[in-house]
Design a protein around this ligand. Structure first.
Ligand SMILES: [Fe+2]
Ligand SMILES: [Fe+2]
Length: 188
């Protein structure tokens, strides 16, 4: 039995997907003008940048995808190249969402559609991205990466974990839970 090298990433996807569900719910209401807590979008941007991108995507880009390339997957025109392009596309949506949310908080009332469109574009793209990783790329990695490389991969994840501040994952889990609770309160 080989050591597992993808389950930790699948679990990170679960928290990211909960944030995407929040974005979907709130963006639909922002598009209609009924949800104007723009602070949510700024906190979502922080979650995406810190947790999804700097933490989770870095584990993929610097550790797992590198191991796939070492094992013969081409760096260009390959599933790894496609995943990297999608990480980049995500960053563009997030920048646009951040700028619009900031303007909205400063009183610009014409930003709701921009916020909603970029939130929707991001979450649709990232959901499909996560699905491809969970169902295709990670199972492929589990099949092709030999046991001899796995200690180094797990150490690479550990190094990424160690670079985070204390209570990093817990802080972002609480952020997600706080907005999940806000949603329940708003629906009541
Ligand atoms: Fe990814
Ligand atoms: Fe991922």
């Amino acid at each position: 039995m080989k050591q597992d090298i993808t389950q930790a990433l699948v679990e990170e996807h679960r928290l990211i997907l909960r944030m995407l569900a929040l974005l979907e719910r709130n963006a639909a209401r922002t598009a209609k003008g009924t949800y104007t807590n723009y602070r949510f979008y700024e906190e979502a941007v922080d979650f995406i940048r810190s947790y999804a991108d700097r933490f989770h995507h870095a584990k993929e880009e610097d550790v797992l995808f590198e191991a796939l390339v070492t094992n013969g997957m081409p760096r260009e025109n390959s599933p790894v190249a496609a995943m990297l392009m999608e990480h980049d596309r995500g960053r563009a949506y997030v920048r646009a969402m951040e700028e619009a949310a900031r303007s909205a908080r400063a009183g610009d009332t014409a930003q709701n559609a921009v916020i909603a469109d970029n939130a929707q574009g991001y979450l649709t793209m990232l959901r499909e991205h996560i699905d491809k990783e969970d169902t295709i790329l990670y199972p492929l990695a589990e099949r092709v990466i030999p046991e001899t490389m796995r200690d180094a991969i797990i150490a690479g994840y550990g190094a990424a974990d160690n670079r985070t501040p204390a209570n990093f994952t817990e802080t972002y889990r609480l952020l997600v839970e706080r907005y999940e609770a806000e949603d329940v309160a708003a629906a009541a």
